[in-house]
Design a protein around this ligand. Sequence first.
Ligand code: SER
Length: 316
Amino acid sequence: MASPAAHTFILGSEGQLGSELRLALRERMDPSLLLCTDLKAGADAGLARFETLDILDFKAVEDLMERHKPRHVYLLAAMLSAKGEANPGAAWKLNMDGLISVLDLSLRFGVERVFWPSSIAVFGPESPRDPAVQAGYMDPKTVYGISKLSGELWCRYYHNVHGLDVRSLRYPGIISWRTLPGGGTTDYAVDIFHQALARQHYTCFLEEGSRLPMMYIDDAIRGTLELMDAPAAQIRCRTSYNLGAMDFSPGELAAEIRQRIPSFTIQYEPDFRQAIANQWPMRVDDRQARQDWGWSPRFDLAATCDTMLEALRRVQ
Ligand code: SER
């Protein structure tokens, strides 16, 4: 018997966010109606229907959309900041062409809601950094940030001009244990836990005092689903919402880990990613997300450390 048409897509399902979103969506829907796609299957691809898909292959995306006519689409395929600086043309193409194809096809095939992630990378050196305000001056200097800010404006354009219900969050650095992030400036806050357990030592590519906004993955996924569940009238921001949870520096994170692993040591060898971090906010003002659809984070730094170390000890 042919499989039923899937009504929810995760495009880019095998990365840090997609792999966790798949687990959360499986809990709330018939898993046979969830279709995940990526360039190649990851370790957990078997947990839902999976198809190999290059988001830049317009014909293949069109064919998939035509076959399923999904109601909800989560577009998570993207290149992050550090990798993007090493491959500017490819980052722009993936982050921009992928988004515009999916927006066009969503309109054509009647998708009800689209989710697309933005980032704290939309802010730049002249933007207010402490905190970054929801709507202020933005001057991203990385290709990743430029693609995210442009993408936000495209999302608003498709909403305002075509009535497409696109929703977006500006994620801070995401901390998770199941899947590694793929080439971002905030990746140190994940690597450090792996190294703390494996060798009780970490060489950090950011300076000791480099403060950035961060979030534990469970908050990021819950925030995403709450945003997608909210009635359309509550979504007053059609670019992308600031989303906050906690902020810390590598030094503060190391001190928190040392409380749990007393032999842990850290040294600092900042590289090109320091220049990226220097342009990003230290904190974000997320009052609009709190007011419009009730955002409230649950994980602080201590809870994040406890949860990360416990989970990684279990799986290592
Ligand atoms: N975590 C991302 C990065 O570092 C920020 O969106 O690129």
